[in-house]
Design a protein around this ligand. Structure first.
Ligand SMILES: CC(C)(COP(=O)(O)OP(=O)(O)OC[C@H]1O[C@@H](n2cnc3c(N)ncnc32)[C@H](O)[C@@H]1OP(=O)(O)O)[C@@H](O)C(=O)NCCC(=O)NCCS
Length: 183
Protein backbone atom coordinates (compact mmCIF):
# COMPACT_ATOMS: atom_id res chain seq x y z
CA UNK A 1 0.00 0.00 0.00
CA UNK A 2 0.30 2.99 -1.54
CA UNK A 3 -1.07 6.37 -1.32
CA UNK A 4 -4.79 5.88 -1.35
CA UNK A 5 -6.94 8.98 -1.97
CA UNK A 6 -10.33 8.87 -0.24
CA UNK A 7 -11.72 12.21 -1.28
CA UNK A 8 -10.50 15.72 -2.00
CA UNK A 9 -7.58 16.41 0.33
CA UNK A 10 -7.91 13.19 2.41
CA UNK A 11 -5.64 10.21 1.84
CA UNK A 12 -4.06 7.17 3.47
CA UNK A 13 -0.44 6.24 3.12
CA UNK A 14 1.74 3.64 4.75
CA UNK A 15 3.76 5.20 7.57
CA UNK A 16 7.44 5.38 6.69
CA UNK A 17 10.51 6.30 8.71
CA UNK A 18 10.52 9.94 7.63
CA UNK A 19 7.04 10.36 9.15
CA UNK A 20 8.38 9.80 12.67
CA UNK A 21 8.68 13.56 13.42
CA UNK A 22 5.11 14.48 12.40
CA UNK A 23 3.76 11.32 14.08
CA UNK A 24 5.48 12.15 17.36
CA UNK A 25 4.20 15.76 17.22
CA UNK A 26 0.64 14.53 16.59
CA UNK A 27 0.84 12.00 19.43
CA UNK A 28 2.34 14.59 21.78
CA UNK A 29 -0.50 17.05 21.05
CA UNK A 30 -3.14 14.38 21.71
CA UNK A 31 -1.92 12.80 24.94
CA UNK A 32 -4.93 13.79 27.06
CA UNK A 33 -7.34 12.75 24.31
CA UNK A 34 -5.76 9.32 23.75
CA UNK A 35 -4.72 8.31 27.29
CA UNK A 36 -8.13 7.00 28.48
CA UNK A 37 -8.29 4.50 25.59
CA UNK A 38 -4.72 3.98 24.41
CA UNK A 39 -2.39 3.74 27.39
CA UNK A 40 0.68 3.16 25.16
CA UNK A 41 0.67 6.92 24.65
CA UNK A 42 2.72 7.36 27.83
CA UNK A 43 5.45 5.11 26.41
CA UNK A 44 5.90 7.50 23.46
CA UNK A 45 8.34 10.01 24.96
CA UNK A 46 10.48 11.05 22.00
CA UNK A 47 10.65 10.87 18.21
CA UNK A 48 12.54 7.60 18.27
CA UNK A 49 9.60 5.91 20.04
CA UNK A 50 7.37 6.92 17.10
CA UNK A 51 10.11 5.69 14.75
CA UNK A 52 10.17 2.31 16.50
CA UNK A 53 6.38 2.06 16.09
CA UNK A 54 6.67 2.86 12.37
CA UNK A 55 9.45 0.31 11.90
CA UNK A 56 7.39 -2.35 13.66
CA UNK A 57 4.50 -1.56 11.26
CA UNK A 58 6.81 -1.79 8.23
CA UNK A 59 8.06 -5.15 9.48
CA UNK A 60 4.45 -6.36 9.81
CA UNK A 61 3.79 -5.09 6.27
CA UNK A 62 6.86 -6.90 4.90
CA UNK A 63 5.76 -10.13 6.57
CA UNK A 64 2.19 -9.76 5.26
CA UNK A 65 0.69 -9.78 8.75
CA UNK A 66 -0.51 -6.16 8.95
CA UNK A 67 0.36 -2.51 8.35
CA UNK A 68 0.09 0.99 9.82
CA UNK A 69 -1.35 3.79 7.68
CA UNK A 70 -1.16 7.50 8.33
CA UNK A 71 -4.30 9.56 7.67
CA UNK A 72 -3.50 12.85 5.93
CA UNK A 73 -5.80 15.80 5.48
CA UNK A 74 -4.57 18.63 3.27
CA UNK A 75 -0.99 17.52 3.76
CA UNK A 76 -1.17 17.20 7.56
CA UNK A 77 -0.97 13.91 9.41
CA UNK A 78 -4.18 13.70 11.51
CA UNK A 79 -4.38 10.07 12.63
CA UNK A 80 -3.40 6.44 12.27
CA UNK A 81 -5.22 3.23 11.36
CA UNK A 82 -3.47 -0.09 11.82
CA UNK A 83 -4.10 -3.67 10.78
CA UNK A 84 -2.78 -6.37 13.10
CA UNK A 85 -2.56 -10.13 13.21
CA UNK A 86 -3.49 -10.99 9.62
CA UNK A 87 -3.85 -14.76 9.96
CA UNK A 88 -3.01 -16.60 6.75
CA UNK A 89 -5.00 -19.74 7.58
CA UNK A 90 -8.09 -18.21 9.17
CA UNK A 91 -7.95 -15.14 6.89
CA UNK A 92 -8.74 -12.87 9.83
CA UNK A 93 -7.35 -9.57 11.12
CA UNK A 94 -7.83 -6.83 13.72
CA UNK A 95 -8.17 -3.07 13.08
CA UNK A 96 -7.21 -0.28 15.49
CA UNK A 97 -7.33 3.51 14.99
CA UNK A 98 -7.01 6.98 16.48
CA UNK A 99 -7.59 10.51 15.26
CA UNK A 100 -6.50 14.00 16.25
CA UNK A 101 -9.03 15.41 18.74
CA UNK A 102 -9.73 18.46 16.57
CA UNK A 103 -10.71 16.36 13.57
CA UNK A 104 -13.29 14.16 15.29
CA UNK A 105 -17.00 14.25 14.54
CA UNK A 106 -16.73 14.59 10.76
CA UNK A 107 -17.01 10.93 9.84
CA UNK A 108 -13.35 10.73 8.90
CA UNK A 109 -12.59 7.49 10.76
CA UNK A 110 -15.74 5.81 9.49
CA UNK A 111 -14.67 6.53 5.90
CA UNK A 112 -11.08 5.51 6.59
CA UNK A 113 -12.15 2.22 8.22
CA UNK A 114 -14.42 1.48 5.25
CA UNK A 115 -11.44 1.97 2.90
CA UNK A 116 -9.32 -0.42 4.96
CA UNK A 117 -12.16 -2.99 4.96
CA UNK A 118 -12.22 -2.73 1.15
CA UNK A 119 -8.50 -3.45 1.11
CA UNK A 120 -8.78 -6.40 3.52
CA UNK A 121 -11.85 -8.04 2.00
CA UNK A 122 -11.69 -7.08 -1.68
CA UNK A 123 -7.95 -6.81 -2.37
CA UNK A 124 -6.50 -9.25 0.17
CA UNK A 125 -9.36 -11.75 0.31
CA UNK A 126 -9.73 -11.89 4.08
CA UNK A 127 -12.76 -13.56 5.63
CA UNK A 128 -13.20 -11.87 9.02
CA UNK A 129 -12.18 -8.54 10.55
CA UNK A 130 -12.45 -7.56 14.22
CA UNK A 131 -12.43 -4.29 16.11
CA UNK A 132 -12.00 -4.46 19.91
CA UNK A 133 -13.31 -1.54 21.96
CA UNK A 134 -13.79 -0.69 25.64
CA UNK A 135 -17.53 -0.55 26.48
CA UNK A 136 -17.24 3.08 27.66
CA UNK A 137 -15.65 4.21 24.38
CA UNK A 138 -18.90 5.19 22.71
CA UNK A 139 -17.29 7.20 19.90
CA UNK A 140 -15.17 4.25 18.87
CA UNK A 141 -17.98 1.70 19.25
CA UNK A 142 -20.11 3.80 16.88
CA UNK A 143 -17.68 3.09 14.02
CA UNK A 144 -18.12 -0.71 13.76
CA UNK A 145 -21.81 -0.30 14.58
CA UNK A 146 -22.21 2.21 11.73
CA UNK A 147 -20.29 -0.06 9.34
CA UNK A 148 -22.44 -3.16 9.96
CA UNK A 149 -20.23 -5.13 12.35
CA UNK A 150 -21.89 -7.42 14.87
CA UNK A 151 -21.03 -7.31 18.58
CA UNK A 152 -20.08 -10.89 19.38
CA UNK A 153 -19.09 -10.78 23.01
CA UNK A 154 -16.90 -9.32 25.69
CA UNK A 155 -13.35 -10.24 26.54
CA UNK A 156 -13.30 -9.76 30.29
CA UNK A 157 -10.42 -7.66 31.65
CA UNK A 158 -8.48 -8.19 28.44
CA UNK A 159 -6.54 -4.90 28.49
CA UNK A 160 -4.44 -3.37 31.24
CA UNK A 161 -4.61 0.39 31.76
CA UNK A 162 -2.16 1.17 34.54
CA UNK A 163 -3.55 -0.57 37.60
CA UNK A 164 -6.99 -1.17 36.04
CA UNK A 165 -8.24 -4.05 33.91
CA UNK A 166 -10.51 -3.08 31.02
CA UNK A 167 -13.11 -5.25 29.26
CA UNK A 168 -13.06 -5.28 25.46
CA UNK A 169 -16.12 -5.71 23.26
CA UNK A 170 -15.45 -7.74 20.13
CA UNK A 171 -17.06 -6.39 16.98
CA UNK A 172 -16.62 -8.45 13.82
CA UNK A 173 -17.72 -8.46 10.20
CA UNK A 174 -17.39 -11.22 7.58
CA UNK A 175 -16.47 -10.78 3.93
CA UNK A 176 -19.95 -11.73 2.65
CA UNK A 177 -21.56 -9.24 5.04
CA UNK A 178 -19.27 -6.42 3.92
CA UNK A 179 -19.80 -7.21 0.24
CA UNK A 180 -23.59 -7.31 0.73
CA UNK A 181 -23.54 -3.92 2.47
CA UNK A 182 -21.44 -2.35 -0.28
CA UNK A 183 -23.85 -3.38 -3.05
C1 LIG B 1 -12.72 6.86 17.97
C2 LIG B 1 -12.29 7.96 17.00
C3 LIG B 1 -11.23 7.42 16.04
C4 LIG B 1 -13.54 8.41 16.20
O1 LIG B 1 -13.14 9.30 15.13
P1 LIG B 1 -14.24 10.14 14.30
O2 LIG B 1 -13.67 10.49 12.96
O3 LIG B 1 -14.80 11.21 15.14
O4 LIG B 1 -15.34 9.02 14.12
P2 LIG B 1 -16.42 8.89 13.00
O5 LIG B 1 -15.83 8.69 11.66
O6 LIG B 1 -17.28 7.77 13.44
O7 LIG B 1 -17.22 10.26 13.06
C5 LIG B 1 -18.56 10.21 13.45
C6 LIG B 1 -19.06 11.58 13.70
O8 LIG B 1 -18.96 12.34 12.51
C7 LIG B 1 -20.27 12.70 12.07
N1 LIG B 1 -20.27 12.54 10.62
C8 LIG B 1 -20.21 13.59 9.77
N2 LIG B 1 -20.20 13.11 8.51
C9 LIG B 1 -20.24 11.75 8.59
C10 LIG B 1 -20.24 10.71 7.62
N3 LIG B 1 -20.20 10.99 6.30
N4 LIG B 1 -20.25 9.43 8.04
C11 LIG B 1 -20.27 9.14 9.35
N5 LIG B 1 -20.28 10.09 10.31
C12 LIG B 1 -20.27 11.39 9.94
C13 LIG B 1 -21.22 11.78 12.79
O9 LIG B 1 -22.47 12.37 12.95
C14 LIG B 1 -20.50 11.56 14.08
O10 LIG B 1 -20.70 12.65 14.94
P3 LIG B 1 -20.97 12.43 16.51
O11 LIG B 1 -19.71 11.78 17.06
O12 LIG B 1 -21.19 13.79 17.01
O13 LIG B 1 -22.15 11.50 16.58
C15 LIG B 1 -11.73 9.18 17.75
O14 LIG B 1 -12.73 9.66 18.63
C16 LIG B 1 -10.47 8.86 18.57
O15 LIG B 1 -9.37 8.89 18.04
N6 LIG B 1 -10.65 8.55 19.89
C17 LIG B 1 -9.52 8.34 20.80
C18 LIG B 1 -8.73 7.08 20.46
C19 LIG B 1 -9.59 5.85 20.45
O16 LIG B 1 -10.50 5.71 21.24
N7 LIG B 1 -9.28 4.93 19.52
C20 LIG B 1 -10.05 3.69 19.40
C21 LIG B 1 -9.64 2.69 20.41
S1 LIG B 1 -10.64 1.22 20.23
Amino acid sequence: MWRHPLEEGLWLQILERHHAGPLFALTDRNREHLRPWLPWVDNVREVRDSLAFIEEGLERFAQGVGYELGIWLEGNLIGVIGVHRIHRVNLSALIGYWLDAGHQGRGIMTRVTAAVLDDLFLARGLHRVEIRVAPENHRSRAIPERLGFRMEGILREAARHGDRWIDLMIYAILDREWKALRR
